[in-house]
Design a protein around this ligand. Structure first.
Ligand SMILES: NC(=O)c1ccc[n+]([C@@H]2O[C@H](COP(=O)([O-])OP(=O)(O)OC[C@H]3O[C@@H](n4cnc5c(N)ncnc54)[C@H](OP(=O)(O)O)[C@@H]3O)[C@@H](O)[C@H]2O)c1
Length: 251
């Protein structure tokens, strides 16, 4: 049995990953604040092993018990592979530095960075003992490397994810954890609610808003399903430089 833990699984790329990865021989554990009835009902009617763990990841301390409860479901036979997919994120607070709400900055860093780190480190702790291959896929962004005006907090968190993946991969190798690969990867431009947020904010907060509108008008956004299908190939690949920031086109 494969084990897949997906944060931000209710919508967008995370939901598409659920649909891509869920099979009779792959248990999927979705984490988000809301439960997508459509996905859950379909899995139930088809007898597929989808489990939902509603959680607000702005409280990263909850990550330990989430991962522990998932690891506790592993029976006598170790997983064939265990993978953590971190898609949960927010763009807010959006706006120029000097105008941001401090509580919103704190909440964004907790969701976009601290929760990703705590989920990863607890996942490694909880699943390493099974001796199976471990994969961690942290969804980063082009914003981690280039300036996107109005998105400084989001950019900082995504750059932090890249740095974390680099160090965590090095440490996993040094401590002889076995077949562990931790990726930080940009999914490219994807047609999700996150892109809609970019198209609908005022230019006082997001000066390049019209560029985001033209991306969609010009057909540059990929479907979540297409992106999930490419990401899912990471499960079976060992030819990519784990730890290094990658783009979906590298797959
Ligand atoms: N879309 C793009 O073009 C694009 C580009 C570059 C990078 N990315 C990255 O790709 C990933 C997926 O993006 P997306 O476009 O699919 O995003 P999305 O459609 O906005 O979905 C975000 C997901 O995160 C969950 N989430 C938000 N706040 C949460 C919280 N406090 N606790 C738990 N879950 C929470 C949401 O579920 P609930 O609301 O139910 O909690 C939802 O499932 C993100 O990391 C994003 O930064 C996306």
């Amino acid at each position: 049995m494969q084990y897949h833990v997906i944060s931000g699984a209710s919508r967008g790329v995370g939901a598409a990953l659920v649909e891509q990865l869920l099979t009779p021989t792959a248990s999927v554990f979705g984490i988000s604040r809301t439960t997508p009835d459509r996905l859950v009902d379909r899995a139930r009617s088809q007898g597929l092993p989808l489990h939902w763990l509603p959680a607000d990841l702005r409280d990263p301390s909850g990550a330990d018990s989430l991962i522990d409860s998932i690891a506790a479901t592993v029976g006598d036979r170790p997983p064939e592979i265990a993978a953590l997919w971190v898609a949960a994120a927010t763009l807010d607070p959006i706006g120029p530095v000097g105008t941001l709400d401090s509580a919103a900055v704190d909440a964004a860093l907790r969701l976009n960075l601290a929760a990703a780190i705590t989920l990863t480190q607890r996942f490694v702790a909880g699943f390493a003992g099974f001796g199976c291959p471990l994969r961690v896929v942290l969804l980063s962004s082009g914003a981690s490397e280039r300036v996107m005006p109005g998105l400084s907090v989001y950019s900082a968190a995504k750059a932090g994810l890249n740095a974390f993946a680099r160090s965590a991969q090095d440490e996993a190798v040094r401590s002889g954890l076995g077949d562990v690969a931790i990726y930080s990867i940009s999914p490219g431009l994807v047609d999700t609610g996150m892109q809609e947020t970019l198209r609908t904010r005022g230019t006082d907060r997001l000066p390049e808003r019209d560029q985001y509108r033209s991306w969609r008008a010009d057909g540059r956004l990929a479907s979540p399903a297409a992106v999930a299908a490419r990401l899912a190939t990471l499960v079976n690949r060992d030819d990519l430089p784990a730890g290094r920031y990658l783009h979906i086109d590298d797959l």
